[in-house]
Design a protein around this ligand. Structure first.
Ligand SMILES: [Zn+2]
Length: 483
């Protein structure tokens, strides 16, 4: 039996976070009272209500296309995709069939240490549908309700070529895509809330073959984990069918999260079934090239480039750089701190340790963090200069995190300056030596570790404010003097 390989293409829908819908001025707020964010345009009511394109949504689609290395169309069209479903009030969806915004792009992922390009066939704008609410579940309910607040919300759909060969590659692609789209700030990309949705076209074929086997379209995967599991399950199901000499039916299948299986939903529609034609209410639109250039200039450094810079310029270990570039805000916090205090490893450690610890504890995102990057830089500088000890820095940091005050203010308010005065410390050291004859004896008898206890006693007497290096030095001097 020849080896079988799996062939996977993804269709990813991303809800753009514009304030208003794609073709009308209705709000797009998530979680609003059902059917309160609707108008004749998005409800498809008859009588002269015409769609007007949301410029922001087009700008977002162009930015996404640029970030995904796509060619931008000089002229775009909006087309009607006709089908009947209860959540589609007009009986058609306005999408882009003939001239989409972006084509021929790619995303790079790293598979087993090697960079692999996943080609993007196209990126287009379209409107979302309404939402059906099945009271008491889809099977037991006598009726369903429909909320049209989501109808007309702008989406981009990103369609890959069938370049993906495993469930793991699909997951890596999707994560990279999410990171890029978050960096350019066009969507929050939350799979659980449906602002990032992924369908997968899955088929198997003899390894090395050029032809494609019958594919199934997999839907309803609501997390990165279920994308992985759903595709993995579907590949195995198809392999078994082919091994038994049976054929794979082209159909749409639903990932059943609870039972971890895919189930047939309906036969798959071919694109001709949708009878796509240009929407007569929206004329073809020329895309101004200087506007595209402007949008290109507004794209920040993307995750891959930033990762490379963190490793090469800052000398950070790959794992640290990966963690920090996973979020644009975290990466920017590092950059901004280093602009004031250029010790990449120390700052990276502090962000990953102390900053993330407190953010997790308070269940906060970095965007609501009150500490200014330059304040963190100055805090670490104070440790370097011996003004405060590492231990004091952690206490001051907690106060900075809670209040947003600068480190100097807190040091002044609490009288926290480190004691580096030899006379003052010398006196305390002498006291400690006198009070702990046993430890002194141990130290002089060769138990060099006993000095740690004595240092601790000095720190205790000074409430942690003594300069530990100086205490160490003074203790050694005095102990040897006495012997
Ligand atoms: Zn509307």
């Amino acid at each position: 039996m020849t080896q079988l390989e799996s062939v996977i293409g993804l269709e990813v829908h991303v809800e753009l976070h514009t304030k208003t819908k794609l073709f009308c001025r209705c709000r797009t707020d998530f979680g609003a009272e059902p059917n309160t964010q609707v108008c004749p345009v998005c409800l498809g009511l008859p009588g002269g209500a015409l769609p007007v394109l949301n410029q922001k949504a087009l700008a977002y689609a162009i930015k996404a296309s640029l970030a995904l290395n796509c060619r931008i169309a000089k002229e775009i069209t909006f087309d009607r995709k006709n089908y009947f479903y209860a959540d589609l009030p007009k009986g058609y969806q306005i999408s882009q069939f003939f001239q989409p915004v972006g084509t021929k792009g790619y995303v790079e992922i790293e598979v087993d240490g090697k960079v692999k390009k996943i080609a993007i066939r196209q990126l287009h704008l379209e409107e979302d549908t309404g939402k059906l609410i099945h009271l008491g579940g889809i099977l037991s309910s006598p009726y369903s309700r429909v909320d049209f607040n989501r109808a007309g919300v702008p989406l981009i759909e990103i369609v890959t070529e069938p370049d993906i060969r495993s469930a793991e590659e699909a997951r890596l692609f999707l994560q990279k895509l999410r990171d890029i789209l978050r960096y350019i700030d066009i969507s929050d990309c939350k799979m659980q809330e449906g602002s990032l949705r992924c369908d997968a076209n899955v088929s198997v074929r003899p390894a090395g073959s050029d032809s494609l086997g019958n594919k199934t379209e997999l839907k309803n995967m609501n997390s990165f984990r279920s994308v992985y599991q759903g595709i993995e399950y579907e590949i195995n199901r198809q392999r078994e069918l082919v091994m038994r000499g049976e054929s794979v039916l082209p159909e749409t299948r639903h990932w059943d999260e609870e039972n971890e299986v895919t189930r047939a939903m309906r036969g798959k529609l071919a694109s001709a079934d949708y009878r796509c034609f240009p929407d007569p209410n929206i004329p073809p639109l020329k895309v101004d090239s200087s506007w595209v250039e402007q949008l290109a200039d507004s794209i920040p450094e993307l995750p891959d480039a930033r990762l490379k810079r963190f490793v090469e310029d800052y000398g950070l270990p790959l794992r640290d750089a990966q963690l920090l570039t996973g979020s644009r805000e975290l990466a920017e916090f590092l950059d901004a701190t280093l602009a004031h205090y250029r010790q990449p490893k120390a700052v990276s450690n502090w962000i990953q340790g102390e900053l993330l610890r407190l953010l997790n504890l308070e269940n906060m995102g970095i965007t609501s963090c009150k500490v200014k990057p330059q304040d963190l830089g100055r805090l670490l500088e104070m440790v370097d200069k011996g003004v405060i000890s590492g231990k004091m820095a952690k206490d001051i940091w907690e106060e900075m995190f809670a209040s947003g005050k600068g480190p100097e203010t807190i040091v002044k308010e609490k009288g926290l300056v480190q004691i580096s005065d030899e006379n003052i410390l010398g006196q305390i050291v002498a006291e400690v030596i006198q009070e702990n004859p046993n430890s002194v004896k141990d130290y002089l008898g060769g138990k060099k570790k006993a000095i740690g206890f004595l240092v601790g006693q000095v720190m205790k007497k000074t409430k942690g404010q003594a300069n530990p290096q100086l205490v160490n030095k003074l203790l050694r001097e005095k102990l040897t003097e006495g012997s």
